[in-house]
Design a protein around this ligand. Sequence first.
Ligand code: ADP
Ligand code: MG
Length: 563
Amino acid sequence: MKNPALALLGAAACVVLGLVAPLDDYLIKLLMQAATYAIAVLGLTIVLGYTGQISLAQAAFFGIGAYGVALGSTGLGLSFFAALALGTLLAGLFGVLLGGSTLKLGGHYLAMVTISFQEILTLVLTNWVGLTHGPDGVANIPRPTGLVAAPRYLALCLLVLFATAWAVGALKRRPLGLAMQAVRDNELAASVVGVNTYRVKIIAFALSALLGGLGGGLFAGAFRYISPDQFSFDDSVVLLTMALLGGVEAATGSVIGTALLVLLPEWLRFLRQFYLAVYGLAVILIMVFMPAGIWGFLAGLRPRRVAMPQPGGLVLGRAAGEGALLEVVGLAKHFGGLRAVDGVDLRVLAGEVHALIGPNGSGKTTTLNVLSGLYRPTGGSVRLAGREVAGHAPHLLAAAGLGRTFQNIRLFHSLTAFENVLIGAQAAGGAQAAERAAAALDFVGLADRAGAIAASLPYGHQRMVEIARALAGNPALLLLDEPAAGLNLTEKQALGQLLDRLRGLGVTLLLIEHDMDLVEQVADRITVLNFGKRIADGTPAEVLRHPEVVAAYLGEEAGHEFA
Ligand code: ADP
Ligand code: MG
C-alpha cells in the first residue's frame, strides 16, 4: 500500500463493486466484517508491526468503538458520524491512558496489562446493565442517512479501510514511522540517537486503539446489533492472528490476513465437521513456512528501493568552542555493592581526541552509559558545554549534542543502512534530514551500500553505519566505545583516518579503545581507569610511562586479555 494511486484505484474499484455488483446479502455481510476487522488489524500493524509492542486488547478497543456508536446513536440520539467520532476518540483516549501508565515499564507488562484491560471491559459490558444493556446487547443501531442500503454501507466501510491502509502504509516511511521501527529494532539505540521512545510508544498505542475503535464503530453500523461476547479476549487473539498471518510489518499484510481469516471458513465449509481442524492446520502451516506472514514473505522476494539524495559534503553545525566541552567531577555508578565507576574526574576539551583506557571491567563502558543517560549516576556532576546534565534522559542528551556508538554494535537491524542513518538525522531535528543522512553515510564511505539491510552488512561496515548514524545527529561530542574491536588491519587504518577527518569537522571525540597503536596515533589526552577509579590522566607520553598504568597493564597481561 505504498503507492497512493494504487490504493485509490483499489478503493474506487471496491466502491463501484459495492454499489453496482449484485452481491448477495451474505457476501455483503462477510465483506463488511472483513473490512471493519481489517481497520482494527491495521492498528496492530502500527503497535506490533512497526513499534514491536504486544497488545492483546484490540477487541476491547473495537468494542469501545462499537458501543460508542451503538449507545451514542440509540441512547444519546447522536447522528451516526458523531457517534462514530465519539466511539473512536473514546477508544483512543483509553489507549493513551493504558499506554501511558504501562509503557514505561517495558518488557511483557504491556501484554499482561492489555489482557487485564480486555477482561475488565468484558465484565463491564456484561454487568453494567444500566449503561450497556448487559448480555442482551444493543439492537436497532442506525446507519447514516443515504447509506442505509447494505451495498452502500459496505462501500463506506471499504472506503475507510483503503484510506486507513494507505495512511498506515505511508506512515512507515515518515519520521514517526521510522522512529517506531527504531524502537522495535533497538530501543536503547533509538533513545541515544534522540528518539523519545516513551512518547513514540504511547503514540503508537493510541493510534492503534483509535483504529480499533474506528473499525468497531463501523462494525456496529454494519451488523446493527452488538453484544459483549463479540469483543472478548478470544477476538483479540483472532485479530492478532490476522495481523501475524498476513504480515504484521506492512499495511497490505494486515488486509490480506484479515480477508483470509474471514474467508477461509467459508471456503472450508464443504469439509463439515473437519473444518476447524483444517482451518487450524492451514494457519499453522502458513505461519511455519512464512514466519514474516504472507505479505512479509512476498515483499522479502524483491529488493528494497531507497530514495537517498545525492550526498554532499558533511557539515556539522555545532562548531566546538573553547575550553572544556565535557566536565565530569566525582562521577559514581554503583551496582549494589559493586563500584563500577567510583569518583571519576574527566575533562574533555573542545576539539580534542580524548582516549579513555583501562583493563577489562575497569568501568569504561559504564562511564559512557552514565554520560549518555542510559544509567542514572549514583553521584557526581556532568557538565556538557557548561550545562549540568547528570541524569538527563538519553534523547535529551542527544538533542544537547551528545552522540555515541556501542561496544557491541546496536543497529536497527531490519532497516536499511540509509534508514539507520536517517533516523539519527531526523531525531536531531531541523530541515534536510535526508541530505544530512546521505552526507554522513558518504563520509564513512558507504554511500553505495545505502539500500542494504543493516543486519546483512559485514561487521566492519556495521561499525561504520553506526558511526554515520551518530554523526547524522550533528553531535558536538561523540563517544565511541571500542570502535576498532573486531576490525581487520586495513579497516583499522581506515578508522584511524576517519577519526582524523572527524577532528577536521570540529567534532570532539571521547574514545574508549584498547588498540594502543590507534590510541597513540590519534589521542591528544588519555585518561586511565582501573577498578572504577582514575589512575592517570595526561598526554600519551606522560600517561603511558606512568608507573601505576604500567603496573595495571602488566598485571593484566600476566592474567587476562588486555583491554
Ligand atoms: P569496561 O567497559 O571497562 O570493560 P564495564 O564498564 O563494562 O567495564 O564494567 C565495569 C564493571 O561493572 C564490571 O565489573 C561489570 O561487570 C559491572 N557492570 C557493568 N554493567 C553492569 C550492570 N548493568 N549491572 C551490574 N554490573 C554491571
Ligand atoms: Mg566496555
